[in-house]
Write a protein that binds this ligand. Structure first.
Ligand code: FAD
Ligand code: UDP
Length: 364
């Protein structure tokens, strides 16, 4: 049988597109090179604790259509992300807000915080040119040094002066006592994790796990009229123009025979000596009162052969190279490139869903 769509990758983009395509009466074959579906939102169960296998995934959005879509396929448990930063044992609330400013400087009034930041940011004149300048301009030098600089350099493996400023603009800065990490109207996590959501999206599709499309492109392409490709764009073209860089991660997960390890879901280690960036304690995403707990340490690692690509590095070299691959992609009339890896964008989950819904609307 020939399928209408061959979908490469069963992450959010592939799964959302598959759902829409099947609802429009199309047939779909999904290829997934990992041993499970869901891409980076996949979860595991460890003795009753739902574990976010690829790091904390907290859903947040302002997009009503995306929120309704999510809620149409799963029950969403309310959760507000309010991580803690640990700097050599000093504890600070995130994102940067009056609690952080009070902990850093002992002040209590918004005007006092603004005055300190104003004084510390004087060194930056004109439009910030990189992440360091952007960070100092937003929150001053003390917070930059203790809560941003080393965390960012660990995460991205390069100096803050060589990183684009938009990365730090993801974080809110507030002169109120509000520890909500996101500004969005809606926030939560599917009850029991994301697997049920993904299963509902893929229901009715044929799925082949442990199957790499790039291992035999011609054969797989012959199975369908059109391809939705959500892998890395450079691998589709056999890296013919060179390799795009993606930061990778290593996750170290432990089951501990204690009720709680750190008392909260996420603690960021913002010093330069601790090799990991954060520790997640999964049970706090949806506390069901288990007697044991599961923690994951997240270690940033450089890109390389055999390592999973997680974060596109949107610097000038990579963006120029991506634009060249994009030109090749535009010539592939039967292939649509979508998602974080194929579009080389630092997308959040809601943006990936929106992008897949738009794509489906356009072509189905
Ligand atoms: P992916 O999830 O990467 O899916 C792509 C799939 O394609 C993968 O399963 C891959 O195995 C498969 N694939 C690739 N190449 C091939 C091939 N050649 N053949 C077959 N299969 C292939 N977003 C939020 O909104 N909130 C968060 O809190 C959040 N936290 C995050 C934490 C971490 C550590 C990371 C890395 C990301 C986080 N994100 C978060 C972002 C979120 O994970 C992504 O936006 C989303 O999962 C991307 O979906 P996708 O379908 O584009 O890509
Ligand atoms: N960041 C930081 N200190 C923190 C948390 C974040 O400096 O404690 C910076 C860092 O540069 C990071 C960026 O803010 O890359 C975006 O953080 P976010 O939590 O949005 O990153 P993600 O969850 O995508 O890894």
């Amino acid at each position: 049988m020939k399928y209408d769509y061959l979908i490469v990758g069963s992450g959010l983009f592939g799964a959302v597109f598959a759902r829409r395509a099947m609802d429009a009466g199309k047939t779909c074959l999904v290829l997934e090179k990992r041993a499970h579906t869901g891409g980076n939102v996949h979860c595991d169960d460890m003795e009753g604790v739902t574990v976010h296998t690829y790091g904390a995934h907290i859903f947040h959005t302002n997009d009503q259509r995306v929120w309704d879509f999510l809620n149409g396929y799963c029950d969403v448990h309310p959760f507000i992300n309010s991580p803690i930063a640990d700097y050599h044992g000093e504890r600070y609330n995130l994102p940067f807000n009056m609690n952080t400013f009070h902990q850093m400087w002992g002040i209590t009034e918004p005007e006092d915080a603004k005055a300190i930041i104003e004084k510390q940011r004087r060194a930056i004149t004109g439009e910030p040119q990189n992440l360091e300048e952007q960070a100092i301009s937003l929150v001053g030098t003390d917070i930059y040094e203790k809560l941003i600089r080393h965390y960012t350099e660990k995460q991205w493996g390069r100096p803050c002066t060589e990183l684009p400023s938009f990365i730090i603009k993801r974080l809110p800065v507030r002169f109120t006592y509000d520890n909500n990490y996101f500004n969005d109207r809606y926030q939560g996590i599917p009850t029991g994790g994301y697997n049920g959501f993904i299963d509902a999206l893929l229901k009715g599709a044929d799925v082949r796990l442990n199957t790499d499309f790039n291992s035999d492109r011609a054969c797989y392409r012959s199975l369908a009229d059109r391809v939705i490709y959500t892998g890395t764009i450079d691998s589709f073209f056999d890296y013919c123009l060179g390799r795009l860089e993606y930061r990778s991660l290593r996750f170290e997960t432990e089951l501990l025979p204690i009720p709680s390890y750190q008392g909260t879901a996420v603690i960021n280690y913002t010093d330069g000596d601790t090799p990991y960036t954060r520790i997640i304690e999964h049970k706090f995403f949806e506390d069901q009162g288990q007697h044991k707990t599961v923690i994951t340490k997240e270690y940033p690692v450089a890109p390389g052969e055999g390592r999973e690509p997680y974060y596109p590095i949107n610097d000038e070299r990579n963006l120029t190279l991506y634009a060249q691959y994009r030109q090749l992609a535009d010539k592939e009339t039967d292939v649509i490139f979508g998602g974080r890896l194929a579009e080389y964008k630092y997308y959040d989950m809601d943006q990936v869903i929106a992008s897949a819904l738009n794509c489906a609307e356009e072509i189905l």
